[in-house]
Design a protein around this ligand. Structure first.
Ligand SMILES: [Zn+2]
Length: 144
């Protein structure tokens, strides 16, 4: 299923669709092409995510440009969900959500695929785009 502009799906019988903003349109276009995009400040070169209209890292509201991420990073934090918040998630549990520190030096909240016992802070991961109800990037464990 292609992503649709944000709407409040009933949490009980449909997977929620991400709320989209104008600033993030290039990001979602990248996701449709199985590319992981982020922004860089044209002045300080800092990596910015989630998408913004100006740099939040340095003074002066400098413009941002889009760049391709290699989609590689390491697990910064995570939590495995054993009891899903809505029935629609039940078949997927247990599943793991976490924060990945990308090699380009930005952080992304995402699902981390793999057996919960193998997921650990510091483990290397790479972005994947699983074919599911809603097209979203996730991360899978690199082989040790
Ligand atoms: Zn900046």
């Amino acid at each position: 299923m292609e992503l649709e502009p944000g709407e409040d799906a009933p949490a009980t019988n449909r997977f929620p669709v991400p709320r989209r903003t104008l600033d993030a349109e290039p990001y979602w276009h990248g996701v449709r092409e199985r590319r992981l995009l982020f922004q860089r400040c044209q002045a300080c070169r800092g990596a910015v995510f989630p998408p913004r209209s100006v740099c939040p890292l340095c003074e002066g509201g400098h413009p941002l440009e889009w760049a391709d991420s290699r989609g590689r990073g390491e697990i910064y934090s995570f939590s495995t969900v054993m009891r899903p918040p809505a029935p629609v998630w039940r078949a997927r549990a247990p599943y793991t959500l976490g924060i990945v520190h990308l090699d380009e030096d930005y952080y992304m909240f995402s699902e981390i695929l793999g057996p919960p016992a193998a997921i650990a802070i510091g483990r290397r991961v790479r972005a994947v785009f699983p074919e599911r109800e809603v097209l979203l990037p996730a991360f899978e464990l690199d082989q040790p």
